[in-house]
Design a protein around this ligand. Structure first.
Ligand code: HEM
Length: 292
């Protein structure tokens, strides 16, 4: 009986995987422990680089309203590329979260009986709390998106551009004198709320703890760690994590200490006076409105 299965010889060689082929190609890797650990390390690195880039961008706040708003305007002008970056970030975040929690669950399921002596366990408290700090960071990011990307949390006073009345508006309705979204005023208004500030500071401290272990683990997973350089890597990881926390908490503190945000009243066009009617040429009568 002749077999219908394709022989190795009859299969096309040197073809790039495409469509479902890509999934079939990566699936065997992603379903192994090593594959999941490497993916968690790579996505974690990408997310850390995003946090660093985001902080560097946010530091433009110290350069003033025009500088921060110009930077935010530039990001928005990237159009489809901004969406490519956003989708990439979302995929990285999802893979990181799902694989990290799955690996943690599998390793604790493999040891149903707890260690008799906690002292025998080498894991630091930062390492043991990774799932919890990670979930708090997820909650923070969701809140942060609602706060500053969607403007769903809180309102602020703003002066109408034309009518010059003060009205209460959402953060997305703030504009600067060049008509761009006023991200500077949004951040200053956002950190005028005590509870919001406390939540931000707690989230940044937990992010610091998470990164201190996460950054060191990347070197371990990728096999770049040796007992000789391990203490230096740990110090490097803590150093990066602390600098990020100082940068982010510094922005919150600077607003609270009034180092940022002057007596400037933000501008809005919400409920503003309608544009002035086009003036009639001399001698021409405006057509009176029709009466029914
Ligand atoms: C005090 C610290 C922070 C400040 C002042 C801040 C400020 C902002 C602002 C103003 C935006 C909106 C930008 C715009 O719409 O033009 C934004 C977006 C965002 N932030 Fe932050 N951020 C901080 C910390 C963080 C941290 C720690 C993370 C991640 C762990 C983060 C993740 C994001 C994300 C994912 C977006 C959405 C980016 C997009 O798709 O447009 N932020 N942030």
């Amino acid at each position: 009986m002749s077999s219908t299965a394709p022989t190795k010889r009859s299969q096309p060689t040197n073809t790039l995987p495409s469509g479902k082929g890509v999934y079939d190609w990566v699936k065997p890797f992603l379903t192994t422990t090593v594959g999941m650990k490497v993916t968690t390390a790579i996505t974690g690195t990408a997310l850390t680089l995003f946090v660093i880039a985001h902080l560097i961008g946010n530091l433009k706040i110290y350069d003033g309203r025009d500088s921060l708003n110009a930077y935010a305007h530039f990001l928005k002008s990237l159009g489809p590329w901004l969406w490519v970056a956003r989708i990439g970030l979302l995929v990285a975040f999802t893979l990181h979260l799902v694989f990290a929690l799955y690996l943690k669950k599998r390793s604790s399921d493999a040891r149903p009986v707890k260690y008799a002596y906690k002292q025998t366990v080498q894991a630091s408290w930062a390492s043991r709390t990774m799932p919890w700090t990670g979930l708090v960071i997820l909650a923070f990011v969701l809140f942060h998106l609602a706060h500053f990307t969607l403007g769903m949390v809180g309102t602020t006073d703003a002066r109408q551009e034309m009518a010059r009345k003060i009205v209460q508006v959402g953060y997305m309705d703030l504009i600067d004198d060049k008509g761009r979204p006023d991200v500077y005023s949004m951040v200053v208004a956002g950190f005028s709320n005590n509870i919001v500030c406390v939540c931000y500071v707690i989230a940044q401290l937990l992010l610091m703890v998470h990164l201190s272990h996460g950054i060191a683990s990347v070197f371990q997973t990728l096999g770049l760690n040796t007992p000789r350089i391990q203490p230096a890597l740990k110090r490097l990881a803590w150093g990066i994590a602390i600098l990020i926390a100082i940068g982010n908490i510094g922005i919150v503190a600077s607003v609270r200490l009034s180092w940022l945000g002057d007596s400037y009243v933000p501008i809005t066009r919400v409920g503003d006076a309608p544009p002035a009617p086009v003036s009639q040429p001399v001698g021409e009568q405006a057509t009176p409105p029709k009466k029914n």
